[in-house]
Design a protein around this ligand. Structure first.
Ligand code: RET
Length: 251
């Protein structure tokens, strides 16, 4: 795989942008946490923890990307330290179950249903990520397709449960928060669907270097939307509900 200096820098710039976005979202969520009423504080705290975990991992990813290549006589050559894709998968292993908990909290089910759903969807999410990893680190199209298909089974299950669960939760919300919950629902489905598509880039006829560039940029953009933008949306929902409960809705 002959990645060019420009492709390498483009990816590094996206990693840097992602670090800035995660840092800004973490600061925003934690500083503004005190503005929402007590019952929504956990959801806002968890949103900030998700972006904080991602901030750490993108720092590592950025470092690993820069260490994996060096410029020799104007061309980029791989060093003896290969780029470590595992940071991304460990990040997902931690943050995807947390994001699911955030969503389940928003659904406001009974305590026992909340627990059961969190455990079930959390386990399915872990399975989805573990099944995706052997495909991610392989260059063989057949191997990638095999693990992609296996990982799609828990993926479709989770997405279906969220789509249905969030629709019934939306019906039970105060009028002022309904629109935002609906937006959160589509943001989740849309951003999650992006990951298995990005994974397919190398199998759709792109050259090795172009595919790697697209995959890294694709996952970075998806992570900004699924974690930082989504976290801010959760905060906005919590604010609306706090205001609705105080009876001072002005929006
Ligand atoms: C993989 C492997 C190929 C098949 C599928 C995948 C799904 C990944 C998803 C990741 C979601 C990550 C989120 C992170 C934000 O915090 C692992 C790429 C289905 C859905 C939401």
């Amino acid at each position: 795989m002959e990645i060019s200096v420009e492709q390498h820098q483009l990816v590094a710039n996206f990693f840097s942008l992602t670090i800035a976005a995660m840092a800004a979202a973490t600061a925003f969520l934690w500083i503004n946490r005190s503005q929402v009423s007590d019952r929504y504080k956990t959801a806002v705290t968890v949103s900030g923890i998700v972006t904080f975990i991602a901030l750490y991992h993108y720092w590592r990813i950025y470092g690993s990307w820069n260490e994996a290549y060096q410029v020799v006589d104007g061309t980029l050559v791989a060093t003896d330290k290969p780029f470590n894709d595992a940071y991304r998968y460990v990040d997902w292993l931690l943050t995807v179950p947390l994001l699911l908990v955030e969503l389940i909290l928003v659904m406001k089910l009974t305590a026992s249903d909340t627990f059961k759903k969190s455990v079930r969807l959390g386990a399915l999410a872990a399975l989805m990520i573990v099944l995706g990893y052997p495909g991610e680190i392989s260059d063989v199209a057949g191997t990638r397709w095999l693990w992609w298909s296996l990982s799609m089974i828990p993926f479709l299950w989770i997405v279906y449960e969220l789509f249905i669960g969030l629709r019934s939760a939306q019906d039970a919300q105060p009028e002022s928060a309904k629109g935002l919950i609906g937006a959160a629902r589509y943001l989740v489905i849309g951003s999650w669907a992006f990951y298995p598509i990005v994974f397919l880039f190398p199998m759709l006829g792109l050259s090795g270097a172009a595919a790697e560039t697209f995959v890294q940029i694709g996952y970075s953009v998806a992570d900004i939307v699924a974690k930082a933008v989504f976290g801010i949306l959760i905060f906005a929902i919590a604010m609306r509900k706090t205001e609705a409960e105080k009876g001072t809705v002005t929006l």
